[in-house]
Structure formats: C-alpha cells, structure tokens
Design a protein around this ligand. Structure first.
Ligand code: RNT
Ligand code: ZN
Length: 401
C-alpha cells in the first residue's frame, strides 16, 4: 500500500464520524511554528566563543556538531525546514547577531546587525520572531537585570529591550510578517529573599520604560514570559506567573506560556481559555519539563495534545503564536528540532481531526458516558495515515522515512 491509499482509507474512516480530513489538512498548512534558533548551538549565540554563561538555564550534553558560526546554523536550519511539512518561522535571540567581527554590546545593537538574517529569511520566505538576551552577560551576574537595584544596570537592560523591539519591528516591516518579540529575564534568587516586592516594582518600571515607545503592532507584537523557578533562582523569580499575567492584562500585551515553567504536574492547557478572556494574545513555548529542567524536546504526549487541542478547539489560531523552546545537547540537534516541530504539528493535527461538535453536543445533553466513549474510541483512528499524506504532499519525509 502507498501513503496515498492509506490516506484514502483513513479519510473514509474519519468521514464516517463526520470529520473532513481535507479541511483539517488545509488548516494545518496555515499554522507556522516558530523554530527556536538556540537548539542549534546550545544557546551559545554569536557574540563571542563563551557560549551560554548562566542566567537560570543550562544546555547539557556533548553530542558533536554544534553550530559554531552563523553560516553553520543557517545551513542546519535550512535542512530542518526541509524535514518538516509546511512553511514555518525562525525565532532569533539578540545574541545571534551578525556583528561582522566587531564587538557590539547589548545596549548598542541595531537593525544592521540583523540585516543578514532578514536577507536569509527572505530567501527562504519565512518570518522572523525575536528575543532580547538578558543572560550570558557580565551585567546579568547578580541574578538581576531589569529588576537590578542598581539604576545604571537597569538602564543598560532597558536600552537593550528598547532596541530589540525596534529590531523586531524591522523584521516585521521588511518581511511583511508580524514579529513577536518576547521578553524573558532570569531575575531571581537561589535562596529566600528578604524583599520580594521591590524587585517586582523595579521590573514594572523597567518594562514600562521598554514599552513606552509606540510601535506599529502589524510590525511587532510584545510578549512577556514568566517562570516558576530556574537554576539559581529556586526560591524566588521576580517575573512570576502572577506578575506577568497582571502586567499583560493591564497593558494588553501577549503573554508567553512556556509549558516547562510551572509546577511539575501543572498543565498550561487549561490556562488558555481563561487567560484569553483577558489578554489579546498568547505566545506558546512548547517545551517539556523533566524534574528541574524545563527544556526537554517535546514528545507527542498527553500534555502536548491537551495544549494543541485547546488551541484548535478554542479557535484561537489567530491569537496564539506557536513556538518551540527546548535545547538538548545530548542528541543530534537537527533531529531534536525536526522531531519537535513534527510533534507539535502532529498534536495539532490530532486536534483538527476531532469530532468536537459531536463531543460538545453530548456534553450539553449531560451524556458524559457517550462523551467518554467517543473521546476514547477516536484514539484508535489512523491519524498517522493522514499525517504521512500531509508530509508526502508537502515535500517532507513521512515518519518512517
Ligand atoms: C528560559 C525561557 C526562555 C529561554 C530562551 C532561550 O527559561 O524559557 O524562553 O528558553 O529565551
Ligand atoms: Zn521559554
């Protein structure tokens, strides 16, 4: 049997429960995944050869082949894009600038340092997203950046944030595709703080200063990302969930939910429909927490499927930006990327193939038994045949290939 004939039979099976596979694939093809550049070089960036130096995150493993130059990273990414169906995006960090041999500090970066990324993205016909880099820097060594007690240090990071928004707008304008610029800072403390409030007050002020400059939202959208704890910030994180949820609601910004940034058994899936009542947009960092690490390669597990289901069933595809955020240096880095993109796409496809209206009808009739039976029986349907057909018709390898 061929991929096409497996698909024909799967299509019939789905049709018999009222699901149109063609419609599902059409929608799937419109969902870009923002591929995080930092999986390719263990979050090192190209400012210097120092690599990732602290800031609450850590890449572990010694798999050979880490991208050492911008050119190597771009070639790796191009290969990854060829291994996944559909057209996607690239999520860049400020530390991946192209400084042409000159040292440029974070408070001095400008559009020009990202011109070659824009040219490359244009060639590939992909959009760019962006992140200021508030870690791997001598001024991030005290555990505080935007919330640092020293005003001049705060000022340095505010300047970085402001410049990053302008660079994000430059991406959006040049590529004709809105850029999401996401702020995550590592600020926090290893041990019990004496003062939990003041750093949060200072963070509010710093963020207000960064977001002061009006920027056309069709070019750049601002997002803020919380965390529960990090390496070296186990006892206190300034930018907690409550902090950023409040800040995003008050300022109508996008909130970034990283799946690995909550309590180990806490799922973000149930948060979407609540938060989206109050904030305009969400950015998803698809990730997988394992014990103390929040950044393992995403699996096609219950958690990922629950998140994807909420995105699809809530009809949030125009309000949720889907991105990846993990870094594994113990396996082939290109495979880590490709497996992750394909997994979030497969999770979205499973959701798109759900007979949701039927399930809701049963729920409204209080027929919870039939709802449970249907939820369980659709798990046996051949979504893999639909997925492989999607891959094959969009120039990407099928799963077994
Ligand atoms: C860290 C955050 C953040 C980073 C990237 C590199 O815990 O998840 O998103 O992973 O900025
Ligand atoms: Zn993240």
């Amino acid at each position: 049997m061929t991929t096409a004939s497996y698909y024909a039979s799967a299509k019939d099976q789905y049709a018999s429960i009222g699901v149109d596979t063609e419609a599902a694939l059409e929608i799937l093809a419109t969902i870009p995944i923002s591929v995080h550049c930092w999986q390719g070089d263990d979050v090192g960036g190209f400012e210097s050869d120092a690599g990732l130096t602290g800031g609450g995150i850590l890449a572990t493993g010694n798999y050979p082949g880490r991208a050492r130059t911008i050119d190597e990273l771009r070639r790796d990414l191009a290969l990854v894009y060829s291994l996944v169906p559909g057209r996607h995006r690239l999520n860049l960090h400020a530390s991946y600038l192209d400084h042409a041999g000159k040292t440029v500090d974070r408070d001095a970066i400008v559009e020009e340092h990202f011109q070659s990324w824009v040219a490359w993205a244009r060639q590939l016909d992909i959009g760019l997203d962006f992140n200021p880099t508030f870690f791997s820097h001598p001024l991030a060594n005290d555990g505080f950046t935007l919330s640092h007690p020293d005003k001049s240090i705060r000022q340095f990071w505010i300047e970085h944030g402001k410049r990053c928004r302008r660079i994000g707008a430059f991406f959006g304008r040049e590529l004709g595709s809105t850029c999401v610029t996401n702020i995550w800072i590592p600020d926090g403390l290893k041990d019990t703080p004496a003062d939990r409030l003041s750093p949060r007050e200072r963070l509010t002020e710093s963020l207000d200063a960064i977001f002061e400059e009006p920027i056309d939202p069709s070019h750049n959208l601002d997002a803020v990302e919380c965390k529960l704890f990090g390496l070296g910030s186990e006892s206190y994180v300034v930018g907690s969930h409550e902090f950023y949820l409040g800040y995003a609601i008050k300022n109508q910004l996008a909130l970034c939910l990283d799946a690995g940034h909550f309590h180990p058994t806490e799922s973000i899936a149930d948060k979407l429909s609540s938060i989206l009542l109050y904030v305009p947009r969400l950015l998803l960092h698809a990730s997988r927490g394992v014990r103390w690490d929040s950044d393992h390669v995403i699996l096609l597990n219950d958690e990922l499927q629950a998140i994807a289901r909420e995105v699809v069933v809530g009809k949030y595809l125009d309000r949720i930006h889907v991105g990846l955020d993990y870094f594994d240096a113990s396996i082939n880095r290109l495979a880590a990327w490709a497996i992750g993109v394909r997994n979030i796409q497969r999770a979205l496809l499973i959701a798109l193939l759900e007979p949701t209206e039927k399930l809701i009808r049963l729920e409204l009739k209080a027929d919870y038994t039939s709802r449970l039976a249907l939820f369980e029986s659709i798990k046996s349907l051949p979504f893999g045949a639909v997925w492989n057909y999607f891959c094959e018709t969009r120039d990407a390898p099928t799963d077994d290939a």
